[in-house]
Design a protein around this ligand. Structure first.
Ligand SMILES: NC(=O)c1ccc[n+]([C@@H]2O[C@H](COP(=O)([O-])OP(=O)(O)OC[C@H]3O[C@@H](n4cnc5c(N)ncnc54)[C@H](O)[C@@H]3O)[C@@H](O)[C@H]2O)c1
Length: 445
């Protein structure tokens, strides 16, 4: 019998990253086009993929005295940036260049340098049900059919995209708008119930779920960059992921304010400093901001943003430090700012004998500049996971998400540094290297 707590650690066998990898984006808006443009610019040597762990990050192997810290991309067999082919679906007819101009994130100089490549990326017709994104109207939408037929049409898109571009395999990263908040229903209970629900066009099935279903059926790994219900909280989709040996991960890219929160909160907790209140507010004026101005879409975002402190601080273990924490998050749509969001945090903390102190953060960030490298990393790591035979939830990619999906009954790990340790140890495990525990006795014994 296995000793309690001991887990199987058989190293997976990873297929090499041969041939081309298609990166399919449901949603080619600000994040999607900034990712595509930036990747092509980096390929041409006209910009650096800053913020991307797969391209710029290193990891330590062996002892600190061994001096082995290769680049992650030299250590694990990731697809090469030059082998990526971009595609996607959108509600609007704009090609990726036109959409990038509308999104107004990158400079004219940058966009002109990749105009030809971006103009050639034309969105496929989308799957859209307006009740799930109330602030947008679809123009480039598949004709109305039952939801199973729509899923079949997306599968056909994927097969055609693969064939036309001579691809070896594909991954999908949802970069579409945030859909309204929904809880799982009976339709999400099992794969057979979900397929039945698709055939009768059950109103509980959202566009993102149709894409995810189609992708998994085509063995296309699926990463969810938005906070809505798609894969992790749907037993049906997890069943399909396992059945098709195709991984899923999510949800909601961890970029601006929540990134800061998951950097700072673990530090305060590590020093057993108390927190009485954390008030976060944002102004942003891009299309994402417009969609989130709808209370039902905002609810999806709010739930995802609020969850992080709870799991980092664990008030049930430290009621005297975090039991009375008042946490609030606001997003205000303010068009003049466009993609250049500003996020303020006021944090009321307390120290020795309960004396109060305050921390203020004013983060003048750029939403899509922070999100684009995450799309690249997720595409490459999800492909790596797939080639390594991993399926179901990829918790080691929690590092990238505000609301990491986990199996039922397991709370998510939101501490950024624990998430990074988990990610790097997973890469070491995949390559048969020793895991790093930071115990460090070997330097002294
Ligand atoms: N930028 C960030 O820092 C960040 C962080 C976390 C999450 N996100 C999420 O990433 C997503 C993309 O953000 P963005 O700033 O690019 O938004 P955006 O509005 O610029 O782009 C979203 C695009 O998705 C398209 N779309 C909506 N529904 C679709 C469907 N059913 N099929 C195909 N296309 C569809 C829209 O037409 C739009 O072009 C949003 O859900 C956002 O909440 C962004």
């Amino acid at each position: 019998m296995k000793p309690a707590g001991k887990i199987e650690m058989t190293q997976p066998k990873t297929r090499p990253a041969t041939g081309k990898l298609g990166v399919l984006l449901p949603g080619m808006g600000a994040v999607g086009t900034t990712f595509m443009a930036g990747s092509i610019l980096a390929r041409k040597g006209l910009g650096q993929p800053i913020g991307s762990l797969t391209q710029m990050g290193t990891l330590r192997l062996g002892k600190r005295t061994d001096q082995r810290s290769p680049l992650i991309r030299d250590f694990v067999p990731l697809a090469d940036m030059n082998d990526l082919v971009f595609g996607g679906w959108d509600l609007f007819h704009d090609n990726a260049y036109e959409a990038a101009v509308t999104a107004d994130v990158l400079s004219t100089e940058h966009l002109n340098a990749v105009k030809d490549e971006l103009s050639a990326i034309k969105p496929m017709e989308s799957v859209f049900f307006p009740e799930f994104v109330k602030r947008l109207r679809g123009e480039n939408v598949k004709p109305s059919q039952d939801k199973m037929e729509l899923a079949e049409a997306v599968r056909e898109d994927i097969r055609r995209f693969k064939k036309e571009n001579g691809l070896d395999r594909c991954v999908a990263v949802w970069c579409g708008s945030t859909e309204v908040y929904r809880e799982p229903t009976e339709a999400h209970e099992s794969l057979s119930k979900f397929e039945e629900a698709l055939r009768r066009s059950d109103p509980a099935i959202s566009p993102s779920q149709v894409y995810a279903y189609a992708c998994l059926r085509e063995e296309v790994s699926y990463a969810n960059g938005a906070p809505h219900l798609t894969t992790g909280d749907s037993r049906a989709m997890l069943e399909l992921s396992r059945e098709m040996h195709t991984p899923v991960s999510g949800k909601d890219f961890k970029t601006g304010q929540t990134l800061m929160k998951t950097i700072l909160a673990p530090g305060l907790r590590s020093r057993a400093l108390g927190i009485r209140g954390w008030f976060s507010t944002n102004i942003l004026g891009n299309r994402d901001g417009e969609v989130l101005d709808d209370p039902e879409s905002f609810k999806s975002k709010e739930v995802s943003k609020l969850g992080v402190l709870e799991t980092i601080l664990q008030p049930e273990l430290h009621p005297e430090l975090y039991g009375d924490l008042y946490h609030q998050v606001r997003i205000n749509y303010y068009p003049p700012r466009g993609d250049q969001k500003e996020g303020w945090d006021n944090i009321d903390i307390f120290g020795w004998l309960g004396y109060p102190m305050q921390i203020k953060i004013d983060f003048l960030c750029r939403d899509s500049i922070l999100a684009a490298p995450l799309v690249l990393d997720l595409a490459l790591f999800m492909d790596l996971a797939h080639r390594s035979g991993l399926s179901g939830i990829q918790e080691w990619l929690s590092f990238y998400y505000k609301a990491p999906i986990t199996p039922e009954g397991l709370y998510p790990e939101n501490n950024l540094f624990v998430q990074l340790g988990k990610l790097k140890n997973t890469l070491r495990w995949m390559q048969g290297e020793e895991l790093i525990t930071h115990l460090g006795r070997e330097y002294y014994d």
